[in-house]
Structure formats: C-alpha cells, structure tokens
Write a protein that binds this ligand. Structure first.
Ligand code: NBX
Length: 836
C-alpha cells in the first residue's frame, strides 16, 4: 500500500519509458555496449552488436512486462497456465522487435552504428527446448495469448542443453552433439533467484490412519526450483506475458559433514544429482522410456509450478475452494499429469481438505490435450519406480483408481473387462500407471488437436471414458500457428505485398487472419501473380544462398522446390518420399535426353532429427544422404533432379525453408499424424500441399478447396483392414507393387553404396509393412505426377498458391487460443494501458 517509498517525483523522474525513436534506440544500444558488455565501439563485433541490440530490446520488453504483470495483480482475473515440458521458441530478437513495432527503427539505428540487422540476427542461437510440433505449438500459443491480451503464463523447465545438435558423418550417419545454448549468455531471461521452492523426492509416506486419508511424506532428497522468467511480447499491444522456466539446484551447496571429513566427492554428489534434473531435454518424441530422471523432471516441474500458482492464488485471500475460479491449468500432453496427484496431495495433506472436496477442485482446474493416438507413444510409468521416487503420489493414484473403478462398476456392473481396460493401472510385470487415463479422469475437459484426431481419441484410446463420462467432456481444438513468426517475420516481402494489396496495415490482418480472403480476387490479376511469383523466386534464392554459405553446395533455383521437414519417424513416412525420389531417378535414367528435357525440374529437400536410439529412422537419414550423393553427381539427371538433406533442422532453418517451398509433403499413414502444424506454415506462405487424408491436412483442404491440394493414399477406416491383410494374407511385394519392389531391389543391389546396410529398413517395407507403403506407393507416384503436371502450367499454379494463402485464416493460433480461452478456461482479455 505504501508506494512509493520516498519521493514520488524522484521515482517518476527515474522511470524509464519505451524507446520509440531512432536516437533513443541508438542511445540505449551504446549504453549497453559500454556498461552492460564492458566493450567499446572500436572492438565491437557482430556478436557484441547482437548482445547490445538484445539488451536494448529487452529494456523495452521489461517496461511492458512490468505494466502487464502489475495490471494482472491489480485486476486479479482468472488466469490460465500452460504446462509444457517443451517450448520450442527459436530466436527472439527479430520477433520481439516486430511485436513491439520497432523493427524499422532498429534497422535504421544499427545501420547508423555500422551494422546490418541481418548479420546481427544471425548471431542469436535458437532456444530449442523442444522436440517438434508439440513444443513449437506451445511457443505459438504463448505468442497468441499475449497478442490477444489474455492472462496466460507458461511453465516449463530451463534445460541447460536443448535438443541435440545433429551432425552427419561422411557415411551419412546422424551424430549427436550437445546444444549448449546458454554458453553465450541469454539476454532474454530474468533470473529470479528470490522465487524458489523446495521439491521432495524419495523418502517414505506414512498413512496417518485417522480417517482423514492424509499421509506424512518425509525424508528423501530435497532440491530447490529456481525461477527464470522469459518475457513474451504480444503483437501490437503492450501486453507482455511470462514464461517461467525452472532450474534445479541443491538445497544446500554441498554436504558440509562429508566435506569436513575430507570426502569431497561425496560432498558434491548430492549437489550434482540436484543439478542433473534440469540438465537436458529428452530427445525422444513418440516413445515412453520409463527413465527415473525423466520422471524426476516431470515431478520437479509440476510441483514447483503448482506451488507458484497456489501462492499467487493465496495472495488474493480467497478460500481454497475457489481455486478453480482463478486458475485453469492446461496439460500439454500427459507429461505434466503428476500435477493431478500433486494437487490432491497439497489439498489433502497440507490444506486439510477431505477427498471429495479436493477431487472436485482438481477436476475443475485441469484440462488435458492429447497429441497422439500411437500406442507406443502413450506414457506409462512403472509402479515400482513411482513408489520409489514419489511414494505419496503412488498412494494417491491408487486411491483415485479405487474411487474411480467403484464408480465405473456402479454404472457398468459385472463388466470386468471394462474395469481392466479403464484402470489407471495396467497389469503386468511390472504394473504400469497409464498417464492418459489419469489425465483424462483428473481433467474438466479433454481435447485432441484436429477434427479427425479428436474423433480418433474418442473412438479408440478413450472410448470407454466417453461412454462413462459422456461425450460433452471431450472436444477438439484444431491447432494453429502464429502468423507473426510464420509469415510476417519469415517472409517479409510477402507480408508487405499482402498489406499493399489488401490496403490494410499489417497490424490489422496479422490479428485477424481471415482478412487474407481479400486476396482471392487478385488471383485473377496478372500483375499481382507476377509479383507473387517473384517473391517465391527470391525466397528460393535466399534458401539457395543459405545452403551455399552453410554447406558449400550449389542448389539450382530454376526448379520446383519440394520440401519435407519434420522429425524422422516411420509413421511420417520419409521412407515413402525417398523411395519415390529413387523411383523418379530411375525413371529419368531410362529416358532419352529429349524426353528428360520435357520433365519438370525438381529440387527435393529433407531435414529433421531422429531420436538417438531410433535405428530405423537413422537408417532413413543415411539412405537419403547417400541417394543425394549419387544423384546429384549423375550427369544424366542432375539438371532435372537434385536432393539435399539439410543437417540440424531448427526453427530458424524452417524460417528459411518454408517461404521457399512450392510443394511440401505431409504423407503420414492415415490416422497417425494428430494434426501437423508445418503443413499450415507452408500453405500460409503459398506453398501447395501434397499429403494424405490425415490430421489437419483434411481441414486445410476443406478451407482451400480440394482442387488446390494433392491428396493420395488410403483413408483412415481402411488402415486396420490393410494391416490385418499384411499379417494374415501377405502378398509378395513384386506382385502387389512392382514399381516399389524394383526400387527396393536397386537399393539392395548397391546403387547407393553397400546395399546390405539398408536391409533392416527395406525389410520394414517388405515384411509387415506396418505403415502401409506398399498400399500407398502407386497412388503416391501418381500424385507426384499430378504435381508435375500442375506446376508446368505456371499461371494456374500461381493461382493455386494465392488461393491457398488466402484461405488459411482459420489456422491462426489466435483462433485456437481464443477457443481454449472461451470454451475451456473461461478467461477474458485483460488489456493494459499503454506505457508512456
Ligand atoms: O504434436 C505432435 C504431433 O505429432 C503433431 O501431429 C501435432 O501437430 C503436434 C502439435 O499438436 N507431437 C509431438 O510433437 N510430440 C512430441 O514432440 C513428443 C515429445 C516428447 C514425448 C512425446 C512426444 N515424450
């Protein structure tokens, strides 16, 4: 209440406002060079200039961040919290300047100081605290929450090492190196050494047996969670939200007893084990491993986040039963599911609530988003491991299960199969906790990430739960992407052309992306089409230049650019693509020179990381790299077909690849890709889509029209039957799909180096063929031919490209986040008055 201490006028005089003109920007820049970096004009390199620019931009973000947080505290609205083990943020500087509306001024300012903004931007390392789509989705949602002025905070872990750096050996093997992204200092985070919580592991949990259901959990290891805050600027608004990342550290520096006894190793042991918790991001997408350190990460993060959220709620002075009126917690996949038993523990053991009241609060607080229906990806934790690491939580999970199964039994008497299917505990050696079941029953609502996927969630993995709880608990929120990063930032020329054509300031259409529909009539305008195509061409040249300078390879720019960039996985079928490339190569080889000259020139790009232990995925990379080596060197074909595997795929590489693409491939086996989000990014940038009838491809086609996408392959309902046939009525591949059999034989025979190396990969297709390559190959090749034919009609192609961009409004993450805010979290925009 007593604010300010001392003389208000003195406070006001010292309060910093926003930099809004070039002189004040250059002034803060130079100040930071001098007093934050301890450097001078004569010895400032690009890295130093980046750091100075970043610190200057950060000052501006902080002004807005302070206003925003104070406003939230004053107005005390219901808030939402996005719990995600992954935030794949990429670079920050460019995005922050654009969201602040200060980019032009910074460009001018750094130029006056002798630097180019491009050189400065290239200095920044990606914040790569995620594997793929799930982590990048979290980043897009933070951008949209702030842009829509919603009171949303993210909670995650501050990994010392992000997703590994991918190197490719001379043989074509993926090698992994650590990603020490914090080594150059990180100007975008604010260490909050004063915000810290204790988190316990191991020990024992003794039931009190006083009828209260409470336990006393004691002993074991206690570690500290320390907060690091990352500012999340909204676009064209002062609202600047917060992403809070936790770092683990020992509660006490080291064990003084051992130290004094001269046992230094033992003295630092426990301190190392505390620091290990947030040391590295696990690089496995779509597999559940059951590793103790991963479980500790999950608990450490959920326990710290809940303590922080509860403390903030308690500052309001409301009774704990009103908690769900002030906090909605979104679980990004099952990774934060321990938050459910943890909140039960806090409410029962610490807050003294009875079970029923506590469960009521819990099930009104949490919301669960599922991102996959692949069985191998559904998280399960061994009961003995949870018992060891989190003994109290295992008790609570058993109690939840008991009450739950009693209720199921009541509704469906004498249905033992149903009870065992629905149980939180899967029988076996060892027993395992099914995290998706726990997340489902502990949440207010459950959603999938695209229409088809949400249907599959309800009809397959959670079918019994729909029958038990009613369908209204289950919904869909189709994913979205932020048009700020994925159009304005990565494709500035296209953004400028759109603004000019729509006669709208970009502030308007970037916040209401359906405005892009205004481009539709211009598809008929020859001059506009020429400008549109010229921008695509310059984006190809930008990509070719990037490949030239980073890899020393010369890529031709007078060709169709065909791109598949995503994590390597059998279900995503990069194998189908590379086998298709080989088929194309063999076809070209068999042609006469005159025939070849009539074909469509194609440059095929791949990029993506394989999980380090995923042998087949790594073998696919090796095949791609070695096919590239052969065909790029073949004088017969190299003018018509080129192939590149770009190492170390990242958000910043995607920002160069996506705007350059004519066609991109999203070719998962039907029913396996929950949504996909890069499909949206390509289409927003006027790239056409070649894909299966899967995930959000379906909704993209609904929007842009089937005539503007290239679909192929079997549909989801056919998949089960086809797999059954493969198992019980296998047809030899030579009979079923001769073209594919021929391709496999050429690989086996050693056309791309030692054929034997690839046998395990080829055998996944020859035998079992779980991902249905033999079923889809012919229609895939036919679809590729249709793409070629369409591309040769240049004007028609450009029309398709324009129409595609024009109809992508639905896929803004603003739309998605507003659906969460309105239909799930029940929160509202809390605008902040602009700082002066
Ligand atoms: O989430 C992805 C899905 O595969 C995409 O279809 C979807 O568009 C995207 C966003 O909803 N899932 C994903 O990226 N998963 C992971 O990265 C992952 C990471 C760790 C883990 C399991 C999955 N243990």
């Amino acid at each position: 209440e007593q604010w300010p201490k001392g003389d208000e006028k003195v406070w006001r005089a010292g309060t910093r406002g926003l930099d809004t003109d070039v002189p004040s920007i250059t002034k803060t820049f130079v100040n930071h060079v001098q007093t934050s970096l301890a450097r001078q004009a004569y010895n400032l390199d690009n890295l130093g200039a980046y750091q100075a620019a970043a610190l200057s931009v950060r000052d501006n973000l902080l002004v807005n961040w302070n206003e925003t947080q104070m406003n939230y505290t004053r107005k005390a609205p219901k808030r939402a919290y996005y719990l995600s083990l992954e935030f794949l943020m990429g670079r920050t500087l460019d995005n922050a300047m654009l969201n602040l509306g200060l980019k032009d001024k910074y460009v001018e300012g750094v130029k006056k100081l002798g630097f180019s903004i491009e050189d400065i931007l290239e200095q920044e390392r990606d914040a790569a605290l995620g594997n793929g789509g799930l982590g990048r989705l979290a980043a897009c949602y933070l951008d949209s929450s702030a842009s829509q002025e919603l009171p949303v905070w993210g909670y995650g872990l501050r990994y010392k090492y992000g997703i590994f750096q991918q190197l490719i050996s001379p043989e074509g093997n993926q090698l992994e190196a650590p990603d020490p992204w914090l080594d150059n200092q990180n100007p975008w985070e604010l260490p909050r050494l004063d915000v810290s919580y204790e988190v316990r592991f191991y020990g024992s949990a003794d039931r009190l047996n006083d009828g209260s259901g409470r336990s006393n959990w004691h002993g074991g290891q206690e570690v500290l969670a320390v907060a690091y805050d990352v500012m999340i600027p909204g676009y064209n608004t002062p609202t600047t939200n917060n992403l809070r990342l936790w770092e683990s550290k020992p509660k006490r520096g080291f064990d003084l007893n051992s130290f004094n006894a001269g046992d230094y190793e033992h003295a630092v042991e426990s301190s190392n084990s505390a620091a290990a918790i947030t040391s590295v991001l696990y690089p496995n997408d779509h597999t559940s491993f059951g590793k103790e350190l991963r479980l500790k990460q999950q608990y450490f993060w959920t326990a710290a986040s809940l303590q922080d959220i509860i403390r903030r709620f308690k500052n309001l002075g409301k009774p704990i039963t009103e908690f769900p009126d002030y906090a909605a917690i979104q679980l990004n996949d099952t990774h934060p599911t321990l938050a459910i038993p943890e909140l039960m523990r806090v409410l029962i053991d610490d807050e003294d609530l009875d079970w029923g009241t506590a469960w009521q609060i819990v099930t009104n607080t949490f919301f669960y988003t599922n991102h996959t229906v692949l069985p191998e990806a559904l998280e399960k934790w061994p009961v003995p491991l949870i018992e060891h690491v989190l003994p109290r939580h295992m008790q609570i999970i058993y109690d939840i299960n008991l009450f739950f199964l009693q209720a199921v039994e009541k509704k469906f008497p004498d249905d033992r199969d149903r009870l065992s299917r629905m149980s939180l505990i899967e029988e076996g050696q060892p027993k395992q906790v099914r995290m998706a079941h726990l997340a489902c029953i502990g949440s207010r609502k459950v959603n999938g990430v695209a229409e088809l996927h949400s249907d599959l969630v309800q009809t397959t993995i959670l079918k019994d739960f729909v029958e038990f709880e009613g369908v209204s608990k289950f919904g869909n929120v189709t994913n979205g992407i932020t048009p700020r990063r994925w159009l304005d930032q990565c494709n500035p020329e296209l953004s400028a052309l759109i603004s000019k054509t729509l006669k709208l300031d970009k502030n308007v259409w970037l916040k209401d992306l359906t405005k892009l529909e205004g481009l539709l009539p211009f598809a008929e305008d020859k001059k506009f089409r020429t400008e549109w195509a010229a921008i695509k061409q310059r984006n190809k040249e930008r990509l070719a230049h990037h490949v030239q300078t980073t890899l020393g390879l010369t890529v031709r720019t007078d060709a169709m650019y065909d791109v598949q960039i995503k994590r390597l996985h059998e279900y995503k079928r990069q194998t189908l693509n590379i086998l298709g490339v080989i088929h194309r190569y063999l076809t070209l080889k068999a042609m006469t020179t005159a025939e070849r000259a009539k074909t469509n020139r194609r440059v095929v790009f791949f990029a993506g990381k394989a999980a380090p232990a995923y042998y087949i995925a790594k073998l696919t990379i090796r095949l791609i790299v070695n096919v590239a080596r052969v065909i790029n060197a073949d004088p017969d074909t190299k003018d018509f077909l080129q192939l590149y595997f770009l190492p170390d795929y990242s958000v910043s590489l995607a920002e160069v690849l996506i705007p350059a693409s004519d066609i991109s491939q999203h070719i998962s086996t039907a029913g396996t890709e929950a949504s996909g989000t890069s499909n949206m990014k390509f289409c927003l940038n006027g790239g056409l889509l070649l894909g299966t009838v899967d995930g959000a491809n379906i909704e993209i086609a609904e929007e842009v029209g089937e005539s503007n996408v290239f679909f192929f392959g079997h549909l989801t309902p056919a998949v089960e039957d086809l797999r059954h046939q493969h198992l019980y009525h296998p047809v030899p591949i030579e009979e079923k799909c001769p073209a594919l059999a021929n391709v496999l034989n050429e690989v086996s025979k050693g056309l791309f180096g030692d054929g034997g190396v690839y046998e395990p990969l080829l055998n996944t297709v020859r035998h079992g063929d779980y991902y249905l390559l033999t079923d889809d190959f012919d229609s895939y090749i036919a679809a590729l031919a249709m793409v070629d034919e369409a591309y040769l009609d240049t004007e028609e192609w450009i029309k398709k490209s324009i129409r595609t961009t024009a109809k992508m409004g639905k896929f803004s993450s603003d739309r998605a986040i507003l659906e969460y805010a309105e239909s799930y979290w029940n929160i509202e925009a809390i605008p902040v008055a602009a700082a002066k």
